[in-house]
Design a protein around this ligand. Structure first.
Ligand code: SF4
Length: 463
C-alpha cells in the first residue's frame, strides 16, 4: 500500500449493524462509545480511528466531527429528527490522503473535483446525493447519512401510526421467496402499523400523467417530460437543460404521492419510504416537497435492521394485501412509466393514445444524450422518460440484487398483479372515494383537489 493511503476498511456494514442493534435494543446512547472502541480496536493509527468514529456518527445520521469519540451533548436532539442535508458525506481526513480517482469517475454529474493540492471535494451545487460515489470509494470515506436511528426510536415509542411505503423495486430484494405479504408481516413485527405499496401511488400518478399528456401535448412539436420517479433526472434538467423545464410534467414522484395521500387521510401519521435510492433522502427534504415523507431507508439499511432485530422476512406469514396494478409495479424498471402511461391512456382517452410516442433513457450519460437530442429537435417523441440508474430503480445504489435479476423479479411481480392498469384497479377507486371523489375518475389536472395533492409545487390543497 503506498504511504498515506487510507486502509481498506470495509467496515461500514458492521458499523450499521452495531448501531442498528443498539438502537433496536434501546441502548445506543449508553453504548455508542463502547461500539466505537470495539470497532476502533482493530486500527492502531489515530486517523483511522477518527474515520471509524465519523462513520458511526454518519450511521447515526449526524455530521462527522473528526474526533476519536462519538460523544456530543447535542446528539440526542439531532437524533430525534430527520437527517439534514447534505446526505452524502465525505470524510475530509480520509479524502485528503486518497489518490484514487474512482469516486470522480463514478460521479455522473462531475460533482467531485480536486483542488490545487489534489484533494477531492464535493461541489454541492452539482451533487444530487445519488450515492454512486459511495460504492466506488474503497476506503469507506464516503457515506450517506442513515435515518434509521430516529426511525427506530419512533417505532419503539409507539406514539404515532407509522406507515412503510415500499418501492416496487422490492420484488426479490429480500430473497425470491419474500412476497409482499411476508415483507409486510416482517415490517409489522418491526413496529410499523401498516405497509403500502408505493406502486399504488404510482397508479395515481400514471392517471395524472395520462391527463397531463392529454392537456399539454396538442400539436406535433409538443412533448411532455415525465417527472415521475427520479429526482436525479429532474436535477439533471434543472442544472444542464433549464430551457426544457417548461416541458416537465407537474406531478410529484410516487414516493411523495404516497406520503401526501396517507397524510391527507391521517394527518398525524408518519410515513417511511423504503427503496433502492439514496437520492430519495434528499428529495424528501426539498422545500417544496418536505413534510410528505418522514424518513427514507434503503433496502440495504432495512436488511441491516432486520438482521439487528433478528427478523427473517422469509419466515414471516404471507399476508398479502394486493394493491397496485401491473403498470404501477413496473415503474421500478426503465420504460415502466411510459408503458404504464401508454396503456392507461388507451383506457382513459383512446383517441389520444394513437399519437402517444414515448422514448426512455436510463443512466445519466444516455439521459444527457437524449435531452441534447430533444433540445436540438432531432427526436420526434412526445413523452420523454429518464431514469438516472442503469436499468431504472432496480439499479439504485441501495439495492440488494444485481439490476438484471431485479428487473426479472419486478416484471414477474408486475405480471402477477390483479389489475393491468390503474383504471381497472379497485384500490384506486377506493382511495379516491376516501379522498372525497365518489363519481368516476377525476382528471387530476388544473386546480382540482387531486391535482393539488399530486402536484410538484403544492401551495395549498383546495377543500
Ligand atoms: Fe433513485 Fe436511481 Fe430510481 Fe432515480 S433511477 S429514483 S436515482 S433509484
Amino acid at each position: 500500500m503506498p504511504p498515506n493511503t487510507p486502509p481498506d476498511l470495509n467496515i461500514r456494514p458492521r458499523i450499521l449493524y452495531q448501531v442498528a442493534k443498539a438502537a433496536w435494543e434501546g441502548t445506543l446512547f449508553e453504548r455508542k462509545g463502547e461500539i466505537c472502541h470495539l470497532l476502533q480496536r482493530e486500527f492502531a493509527d489515530k486517523a483511522t480511528r477518527r474515520l471509524v468514529a465519523n462513520q458511526i456518527r454518519i450511521a447515526m445520521g449526524l455530521e462527522p466531527n473528526n474526533s476519536e469519540e462519538v460523544i456530543n451533548e447535542y446528539d440526542a436532539e439531532a437524533l430525534m429528527g430527520m437527517g439534514s442535508e447534505p446526505v452524502v458525506i465525505a470524510n475530509p481526513e480520509a479524502c485528503e490522503n486518497c489518490h484514487s480517482s474512482s469516486c470522480e469517475k463514478a460521479c455522473p454529474l462531475g460533482a467531485i473535483t480536486r483542488d490545487e493540492l489534489g484533494r477531492p471535494s464535493i461541489d454541492r451545487t452539482k451533487c444530487a446525493n445519488d450515492g454512486y460515489c459511495i460504492s466506488a470509494c474503497q476506503f469507506g470515506a464516503l457515506a450517506d447519512k442513515s435515518q434509521f436511528v430516529p426511525l427506530i426510536n419512533l417505532l419503539r415509542q409507539n406514539s404515532h401510526k407509522v406507515y412503510a411505503s415500499v418501492a416496487p423495486a422490492f420484488a426479490g430484494q429480500f430473497g425470491s421467496e419474500v412476497t409482499a405479504g411476508k415483507l409486510r408481516s416482517a415490517l409489522l413485527k418491526l413496529g410499523f402499523n401498516e405497509m403500502v405499496e408505493t406502486a399504488l401511488y404510482a397508479d395515481l400518478i400514471t392517471i395524472k400523467e395520462a391527463f397531463e399528456y392529454d392537456d399539454k401535448v396538442k400539436g406535433e412539436h409538443d412533448f411532455l417530460i415525465t417527472s415521475c420517479c427520479c429526482p436525479i433526472w429532474i436535477k439533471l434538467i434543472e442544472n444542464k437543460f433549464p430551457d426544457l423545464m417548461g416541458h416537465i410534467s407537474p406531478s410529484v414522484s410516487p414516493m411523495i404521492a404516497s406520503g401526501r395521500v396517507i397524510k391527507e387521510l391521517e394527518p398525524e401519521a408518519k410515513v417511511v419510504f423504503i427503496g433502492p435510492c439514496v437520492a430519495k433522502k434528499s428529495e424528501a427534504q426539498l422545500p417544496e416537497l418536505k413534510g410528505a415523507i418522514d424518513f427514507v431507508l434503503t433496502f440495504q439499511e432495512l436488511a441491516t435492521i432486520f438482521e439487528a432485530a433478528a427478523i427473517n422476512p422469509s419466515e414471516e406469514p404471507d399476508e398479502e394485501n394486493p394493491l397496485a396494478s401491473w403498470g404501477g409495479r413496473i415503474y421500478a424498471r426503465t420504460g415502466g412509466v411510459s408503458a404504464a402511461v401508454g396503456t392507461t391512456l388507451e383506457k382513459l382517452i383512446p383517441r389520444r393514445a394513437e399519437l402517444f410516442n414515448p422514448i426512455k433513457a436510463d443512466g445519466i450519460p444516455d439521459c444527457t444524450k437524449l435531452l441534447e437530442e430533444i433540445r436540438a429537435g432531432k427526436r420526434e417523441f412526445n413523452f420523454i422518460e429518464g431514469m438516472a440508474c442503469k436499468g431504472g430503480c432496480v439499479g439504485g445504489p441501495g439495492r440488494l440484487l444485481p439490476p438484471e435479476e431485479g428487473t426479472k423479479q419486478v416484471n414477474d411481480y408486475g405480471n402477477a398483479a390483479p389489475a393491468h392498469t390503474p383504471v381497472e384497479n379497485p384500490q384506486i377507486y377506493s382511495t379516491l372515494t376516501k379522498l372525497g371523489h365518489y363519481n368516476g375518475m377525476p382528471t387530476m389536472t388544473g386546480t382540482s383537489k387531486m391535482a393539488a395533492i399530486l402536484a410538484r409545487k403544492l401551495a395549498s390543497v383546495p377543500k
